[in-house]
Design a protein around this ligand. Sequence first.
Ligand SMILES: Cc1cc2nc3c(=O)[nH]c(=O)nc-3n(C[C@H](O)[C@H](O)[C@H](O)COP(=O)(O)O)c2cc1C
Length: 263
Amino acid sequence: MELSEAIGRRRSTRFLLPHKPVERHKIQRMLEAARLASHWGNASTLRAVVVFRDEAPDEVIETLASPVAGYQARLAPVLIVWFLDTAAVDEQHDRLRELVDAGVLGYGPDRRRALEEVLIPVFSKETLEHLKQPGLNEMDCGQGIAQATLVAFAQGLATCLLGTANPERIRKGLGMPESCRFLVTQTVGYPAESPEAGGQRPRRPFEELFHLNAYGNAFPRDPAVVEDLRREGMIQDPAPLPWREEELEVLTRGLGLDGNGIL
Ligand SMILES: Cc1cc2nc3c(=O)[nH]c(=O)nc-3n(C[C@H](O)[C@H](O)[C@H](O)COP(=O)(O)O)c2cc1C
């Protein structure tokens, strides 16, 4: 699948086939993609616990069944619990040394000395403590999760990200150290929905989001580019599709959903 199409097909797919197992190698490919994502200072704070519903102990499944997760978590054969480990930030100086030794950061024969004398002092102990706070790490972990998500869709899988009202419960329930912050749980499975999954979601207008040269000057959206992206599959028919209500009815009955209709 081309990149444009993978981006177009990536959409939160909330109805998964509970009985169809997900191959472990497909999950590994998702994790490999997450590992390769960029991270400030190459600090690599992103971590995950992959939970296969059929294999995991009852206590683990119980931990993940929060009210926010609802029917989506119950249907998913696999749940990837993404979290970040702030302890990784303590090793950032070594990560920078690796980059310089690999020849991908800096230039010239003196770059190793310059790293120790110029760049590493910028990342003092105090600065690193500050950098452990919510912010940059979350953004970088998000890039990793986004790459994993695109790989999931490119492999015919579907996913949805789920928050929680009680991240500490999940952290403790999965045995993570205190240096870890829960990010999001990702459901993974084969879609019970049609590939359109209801159609492309509403978004704020392009011109409202992006600016050219100065804030307030809308980036001009060329209709010819939009047309190309439609052909490539990145831009698809918007929700609601005319037959969506019927599809929801079939999904509700077929999957035996009898909850409150939203969670
Ligand atoms: C960090 C994050 C957390 C989310 N948490 C939830 C959630 O708890 N429950 C849910 O149904 N969707 C959740 N979503 C999915 C969003 O609601 C979804 O992105 C939005 O409906 C737009 O749909 P799309 O992803 O198909 O474009 C989350 C998305 C992100 C990025």
